[in-house]
Design a protein around this ligand. Sequence first.
Ligand code: CA
Length: 402
Amino acid sequence: MTAGKSWVPGTDGSGYGVHHLPYGVFRVGDGEPRIGVRVGDLVLDLAGAEAADLVLAGGALGRPTLNTFLALGRPQWTAVRQRITELLTDVAHRAAVEPLLIPLDEVRMELPFEVADYVDFYSSEQHATNVGLIFRPGQPPLLPNWKHLPIGYHGRAGTVVVSGTPVVRPHGQRPSREGPVFGPSARLDIEAEVGFVVGVPSPLGRRVAAADFADHVFGVVLVNDWSARDIQAWEYQPLGPFLGKSFATSVAAWVTPLDALRHAFVPGPEQDPSVADYLRDEPHQGLDLRLTVNWNGEPVMRPPFAGMYWTPAQQLAHLTVNGASLRTGDLYASGTVSGPRRDEVGSFLELSWGGTEPVTVGGTERTFLADGDTVTITATAPGRDGLVIELGEVAGTVLPAE
Ligand code: CA
């Protein structure tokens, strides 16, 4: 056996080798949902593996969602990952494990975890600046609080859907010169984001320190926080986003464990002014994830995650600093990921500069989403030994308003 090499054909050198091993929930035909881990273009049936005593997780892998497994905590997450790696690299296990491998095209992916609470941040300085310039021209683009705390709001957990779920164009009120009009959104947009999945809960009344990030957070999913800009523009003052966001938020079907991303952590940006003590994270680290947004299959934006102003550990410390508890299955997203260049932004609002500068997609000029459009967000990250990790994609197609 060669260290780190898998006996599963076609997996070494792919973005889904044994250096990655993301978790998801799948069905075969009308079967019950089962937990699996992706290796190459195959799913290892972990429910089957646990039933056969090939991996031990106290029954947590025999559940219809990842939540029980997420609640186990980091020592167990790491032990299970090590065992799965053994199973997929040591040929002695091949005869037992091979029957548990199912081709991806024979499964249907489900939402990997039951979402408890959903929080969405606003952590990209470039995105916050661009939105300020577009929505509040002539005023300072960043509001006075922005560099003192990670701005966020509580979203709607029940409308978080798995990649591939169609998104129906929402109805709502939108502003016009003659006053508000009601109808389908005319400015449907995306937000390319990175989501963090909480495993280990915390009790009400107790703060979670930034240093305890890896004890609570299991892993990462790509997120598309679909946004109806016209509904949002009319409703958002004074309480913030509401129906312009809550109609759907898509997450990838595969959760990449933090254990796979050890080589992707990079120093976070310098923060000036200095932050409150509870927001100090040591080390101050972001993640080198490189996103690509594909509009009907055409790559149109490449947002870099590494430069996000607020780190995931700071976001966790902030969302619990008032004593708010964490629950297993909590999802908190980074906010739109935007880099400094126009083709590095994470929304069509920015790409088309508020709809004033159309872009050419598929040979036609476009600003916001049309019915039938498909948006697919992908990302890569550096893995061990120079290998590349491909995060599970998050895709969705816009259906006409009902
Ligand atoms: Ca958002």
